[in-house]
Write a protein that binds this ligand. Sequence first.
Ligand code: ZN
Length: 213
Amino acid sequence: MIIECSYCEARVDAKIIAQNIDRYDPEFDPGKFRVVLLECPTCQNSLVAGQVEEGGEWDAPTRLWPSPEKYLSYDIPEIVRTSLEEAKLCFKARAYAACAVMCGRSLEGISRHHSTKSQYLAGGLKELQERGIIDGRLFEWAEELKKSRNIGAHATGEKVSKQDARDLLDFTNAICEYIFVLTEQFQKFMERRTAQLDKKLTAASIKRSFDVS
Ligand SMILES: [Zn+2]
């Protein structure tokens, strides 16, 4: 089975050691799902992959362990997601400067999505903070990302290391998740809370009016 070995950082034809197909309910599950234990032919380390059955065939395996591949939420708008996906691809291809540039472009995408007045990254970030879309800490992360983006984008002779590229990717992911996924989730959570509280208050006031009468 062809999969990327996280130890070798290369695509390998891994040997299937064991597999288990999960219980499948056609009413609820989109397709069958199997978990496969693999052995890398190069480093002999273990890998665990997951696959979904589509049209009678198993789709491309996704590495579940170690270093599971991160999925980007569809709540992240396309203008941001496209750059984030490219940043991930650049990292995988060991193009670390290009990865930093793509992380910077993801941040620009956030500014565009929120229609900041400034078209530039620096001005856009400041505006996002002033409008309360990002807080002080995220602004600080974003500022550092901007500096690394500049190292990646300009021919200065300075290099972006693998470790830095990985951190930049993690920070960019976290900023996007915070803005587009968690903030939204929290808002919905609070709406549910308020609705429940309103219900309780209404019930209590009805009870009270009955008690009085
Ligand atoms: Zn390997």
